[in-house]
Design a protein around this ligand. Structure first.
Ligand SMILES: *Cc1c(COP(=O)(O)O)cnc(C)c1O
Length: 423
């Protein structure tokens, strides 16, 4: 398709967009009394309008039923989280029994490390990407120390090449081969939060397995953003938060994936709690733990229903659309965003910015600002565009396909141009 950087062309794309009506299903923040252009769904997704009903129902059941709500609410609380497994499994390419919802992301990564990072004197190293999301770095460092290993020696970071802004799959695979028999675990962010790169999960997982390591993925920026086939790709485990592309609300519950082959393994180490034991016998209050036969075996506590409810609201919306449609619109709107950025860049006198996201990408384009930097970001925010800033000089622009329009992308371009010319 030959794009044009005009309002008329953007409006035409909106007309042809089959997801166009979904924009009305979300609440948009306003800036100076006007609906904002929200390009920050990679950080916190917008609130679907139906979310309030899901939460209100729980609040209402709590008021009218109190403790009886555990079993007699319209959606009983004791197994509320089970309703999420099927829709969530579709989004991440898993079997229903391989996914569960619990806790929050970093907590879950630690819990999964208990099961999948079982280092020995010979095989103890962990491969991750350089400059991984800080929480992941702290998590990995503290795990290495917890097991009595030296952090520097244990964590092997794959670097980007000099002058490049992305990681090469071949460099990651080469590093895996090089560490070889010493490699216990590969744990990488499936979509990098900074440059928006989508890693080749299938190839990297295969390489990790071939040297006898476990392979896990932090899918914070991948879930609900890119197509995933966690089961078929033979991923050992994964976890993600639900508040970025998955629109479940600030700090909300996390999803986990555990490959079927690790379920019902009596030898797997795991931290356990009463919601992981078989539900048929749970209330007999026995002292021996009988693990659930699905990923729920990793559940510790009874589910935080008030936070799981908005996640269910969002999952039902995602599945009404389906990842195929979401990815289709995503590809078009991100291509249009790239085109608009390139046009603006050629219209202003100097090359003021550069897109650093490689071709393997999802919804987010990361733009490295030369020159104005923070002042330009502030100009955008003051003029109705919500996006985010990452030190030292990157703005991340993410037109989430469910609620962003092509007109939003066009208008963003115009405001960006004004900003560059006026600063
Ligand atoms: C957003 C994000 C997190 C956040 O972790 P929480 O435990 O939910 O605060 C962790 N890792 C990555 C890669 C992220 O993008």
């Amino acid at each position: 398709m030959k794009f044009q950087n005009t309002l008329q062309f953007a409006k035409q794309l909106d007309k042809e967009d089959t997801l166009q009506n979904y924009q009305q299903e979300f609440h948009f923040p306003e800036i100076k009394g006007k609906k904002s252009i929200y390009l920050c769904g990679n950080s916190l997704g917008l609130q679907p309008k139906q979310t309030k009903n899901y939460v209100n129902n729980v609040v209402q059941d709590w008021a009218s039923l109190a403790v009886e709500g555990h079993f007699y609410a319209e959606k009983p609380w004791w197994d509320y989280h089970e309703r999420l497994a099927e829709p969530l499994a579709k989004i991440v390419g898993a079997k229903t029994k391989e996914v569960s919802v619990m806790n929050t992301l970093t907590v879950n990564l630690h819990l999964l490390m208990v099961s999948f990072y079982t280092p020995t004197k010979k095989r103890y190293k962990i491969i991750c990407e350089e400059k991984a999301f800080p929480s992941d770095q702290y998590m990995l460092q503290s795990q290495a120390r917890f097991h009595g290993f030296d952090v520097e020696d244990t964590l092997v970071e794959v670097k980007k090449r000099k002058g490049e802004h992305f990681w090469r799959t071949e460099d990651i695979v080469a590093k895996i081969k090089e560490v070889g028999e010493e490699l216990a675990l590969v744990l990488i962010g499936g979509v990098n939060y900074y440059n928006g790169q989508v890693f080749n999960i299938k190839e990297i997982t295969k390489a990790g397995k071939s040297v006898g390591a476990k392979v896990g993925w932090d899918l914070a920026h991948a879930a609900g953003n890119v197509e995933l086939e966690l089961h078929n790709w033979d991923v050992d485990f994964a976890a993600w938060c639900s508040y970025k592309y998955m629109n479940s609300g600030p700090g909300n519950a996390s999803g986990i994936f555990i490959h079927e082959k690790h379920l019902n393994n009596p030898n797997i180490p795991r931290f356990e709690g009463w919601w992981g034991t078989k539900k048929e016998t749970r209330f007999l209050m026995k002292s021996e733990f009988e693990p659930m036969e699905n990923a729920d075996a990793w559940q510790l506590s009874n589910p935080p229903v008030l936070s799981v409810a908005p996640y269910l609201a969002s999952l039902e919306q995602f599945n009404a659309v389906g990842m195929k449609q979401i990815v289709k619109k995503r590809n078009l709107i991100v291509a249009y965003l790239e085109f608009v950025l390139q046009q603006i860049d050629s219209e202003v006198a100097n090359s003021t910015f550069e897109i650093i996201t490689p071709e393997d990408r999802g919804t987010q384009l990361s733009v490295l600002l030369h020159g104005q930097g923070k002042a330009l970001f502030n100009y955008l925010m003051e003029n109705g565009v919500i996006l985010d800033w990452r030190e030292p000089n990157v703005i991340r622009v993410a037109p989430a396909p469910l609620y962003c329009s092509f007109e939003d992308v066009f208008s963003f371009g115009q405001i960006l141009k004004e900003g560059i010319l006026s600063l």
